[in-house]
Design a protein around this ligand. Structure first.
Ligand code: HPA
Length: 247
C-alpha cells in the first residue's frame, strides 16, 4: 500500500504525471475529506493525491475539513505527507514562482478546529511542535532539489492567516516584524494535525505573489493563478525527485 501522500493546493488540483490506479472515498469520524483519495504511481512509487480545496477548487481555506483530510491519509496507511501550499512572499527574494521550504510557522488562524485531542480523552495531550515540519523529509527535499538543480529557498517562517481575504499592507508589515517570511492560509492546522497523527509532514510552498502592499500590481485570483503556473511545474519536478527517496 502507498505510504506517500501529496496534498495539492491552489494551482495543483490534479497531479499531472500520476498514473491513476483508483479512487477511494474515505469515511471519517470527522466528516468528509476534501474529496476521494486518488491512488496512483508517480516516479515509480505508489502515491496518493488529495486536492485540499476539492477537485474543482471550491473549498476555501477556512472551510477545509483538515481533520477529515489528515485522518483519511493516516487511515489509508500514509507515512509521508508532501503538502504543496500557495503563498505570498514577504521576504525580498521570495518572488512569484519561487519554491520555498519553510522550517517554522506562526499560526494566526482563528476558529478552526485544530486538534484531534479534545473529547473522550483519558488524559490531556500536548504534542511537541517546536519544529513543526518533519526534518527528515525536509532534508530529503533539499537534497533532491540540489541533485536536480531545482531552485529552492530552504527555510523561512510561514505565517498562517485565516483568510479567505488577503492581508492589508499593515498586516503584512506586522507579520514581517513578527519574523514571518511568507504568508499562506492552509498550512495550519494541517501541519499540527499531521504531527498529532505522527505523520512525517513537510510543506513545499510556491510563491504566487508579493505580499499585499509589497508589489505594484493589484492582487487578483487570476494573477495569482497565472503566477503559480511556472512554480507548480517546478514543484511537480521536485515531488518527482523526492518520491523515489521515500520509504
Ligand atoms: N496571502 C495569503 N495567502 C496567500 C497569498 C497571500 O498573499 N498568496 C497566495 N496565498
Amino acid at each position: 500500500m502507498s505510504k506517500i501522500a501529496i496534498i495539492g493546493g491552489t494551482g495543483l488540483t490534479s497531479l499531472k504525471g500520476l498514473e491513476i490506479t483508483g479512487r477511494e472515498i474515505m469515511q471519517t469520524p470527522y466528516g468528509e475529506p476534501s474529496g476521494p483519495l486518488v491512488h496512483g504511481v508517480l516516479a515509480g512509487k505508489e502515491v496518493s493525491f488529495l486536492p485540499r480545496h476539492g477537485a474543482g477548487h471550491t473549498i476555501p481555506p477556512h472551510k477545509i475539513n483538515y481533520r477529515a483530510n489528515i485522518w483519511a491519509l493516516k487511515n489509508a496507511g500514509m507515512e509521508y505527507v508532501l503538502a504543496v501550499n500557495a503563498v505570498g512572499g514577504i521576504r525580498n527574494d521570495m518572488l512569484a514562482g519561487e519554491l520555498v521550504l519553510p522550517d517554522q510557522i506562526i499560526d494566526y488562524t482563528v476558529s478552526r478546529t485544530n486538534t484531534f485531542f479534545e473529547e473522550g480523552l483519558k488524559q490531556v495531550v500536548h504534542i511537541d511542535f517546536t519544529y513543526p515540519f518533519c526534518e527528515d523529509l525536509r532534508q530529503k527535499i533539499i537534497r533532491s532539489a540540489e541533485d536536480e538543480s531545482i531552485q529552492l529557498i530552504s527555510g523561512g517562517t510561514y505565517a498562517a492567516t485565516q483568510g479567505p481575504r488577503l492581508e492589508t499592507a499593515a498586516e503584512v508589515d506586522r507579520l514581517e516584524k513578527d519574523g514571518c517570511d511568507l504568508i499562506g492560509m492552509t498550512c495550519m492546522p494541517e501541519a499540527a494535525l499531521a504531527r498529532e497523527q505522527e505523520l512525517c509532514y513537510a510543506s513545499i510552498c510556491v510563491v504566487a505573489n508579493k505580499a499585499a502592499g509589497r508589489g505594484d500590481e493589484a492582487l487578483t485570483m487570476e494573477k495569482i493563478e497565472e503566477n503559480l503556473n511556472g512554480g507548480m511545474l517546478r514543484a511537480r519536478q521536485l515531488l518527482q525527485a523526492v518520491i523515489p527517496r521515500l520509504g
